[in-house]
Design a protein. Structure first.
Length: 263
């Protein structure tokens, strides 16, 4: 599933080509992407709307419209926003300059929705935001007894992280993913806070992580997968100490770590 760096990369690609444009036509090839939202209401509500900005909140893309409404896109596992169609296109948005923005989704786990105002998404702070300080992070973790890996994946606590960046950040901080969140000492919390931000910034610079599906709005893959230290590397030598990377399941999710480097 696209995580913060991938969704932010798409936002940066799409924004300059849609800002100031009006949605002239909306075509739906598969209404299931609306997840029960009325198709006629969606088409009527979005047609004629001028896009004045494109924001990101966690893994959501929020098109701010001149009317005050918001067109929200969640890419799910295989969703894509593209300027050139592929064979899995489910929606086409024709803009006032004649260009088209395509929403593609192989497995239909993504969703599109129109809100009358800024949506209440009930999410935690952004890990790259100014409000996410080591002190706040410490207070958040102090209340949680679950494995640190699972806690970091809770979008209501910290928004935008997925399995890849959680595991890479924990490795960089030298913390085992099964440690209880409230067991982390102050220096460990500071280190993890720093590494989360470093990992995300590095991935943004490399335009995200591409395995099977993610591409940017230009249809190109990111390259952070070439820099992964533990994720998906079961049995391979740790790049730091040479110990074979282990894989286990935490919360029914594949979890990778170095048993020597991470304590």
């Amino acid at each position: 599933m696209p995580e913060l760096p991938e969704v932010e990369t798409v936002r940066r690609d799409v924004l300059p080509k849609v800002r100031g444009r009006t949605v002239r036509r909306v075509e739906l090839a598969d209404r299931r992407i609306l997840k029960g939202y009325s198709a006629p209401k969606f088409i009527k509500g979005l047609t004629g709307q001028k896009i004045i900005d494109l924001e990101r909140r966690a893994k959501y893309l929020l098109f701010k419209l001149a009317s005050g409404k918001y067109f929200v896109v969640h890419l799910g596992m295989t969703g894509r926003l593209l300027f050139a169609p592929d064979k899995y296109v489910k929606a086409i948005f024709t803009l006032s300059d004649g260009k088209k923005l395509y929403y593609s989704d192989l497995r239909l786990f993504g969703r599109l929705k129109l809100f009358d105002r800024y949506p209440e998404l009930k999410l935690g702070p952004e890990p790259l935001g100014n409000e996410f300080t080591p002190e706040l992070f410490k207070s958040m973790l102090a209340k949680r007894k679950g494995p640190i890996r699972s806690v970091l994946l809770d979008q209501k606590m910290l928004a935008g992280l997925g399995n890849i960046y959680v595991l890479e950040s924990l490795f960089a901080a030298g913390i085992r993913p099964d440690r209880k969140a409230n067991s982390l000492k102050t220096d460990e919390v500071k280190k993890l806070h720093s590494e989360i931000r470093k990992v995300l910034i590095k991935s943004l610079g490399l335009r995200g992580t591409s395995f099977n599906w993610y591409v940017d709005a230009k249809g190109k893959k990111g390259s952070f997968q070439l820099n992964l230290m533990v994720y998906g590397r079961k049995g391979e030598p740790c790049p730091v100490c040479g110990t074979p990377i282990k894989r286990t399941n935490i919360g029914q999710r594949g979890t990778y770590y170095c048993p020597r480097c991470q304590k």
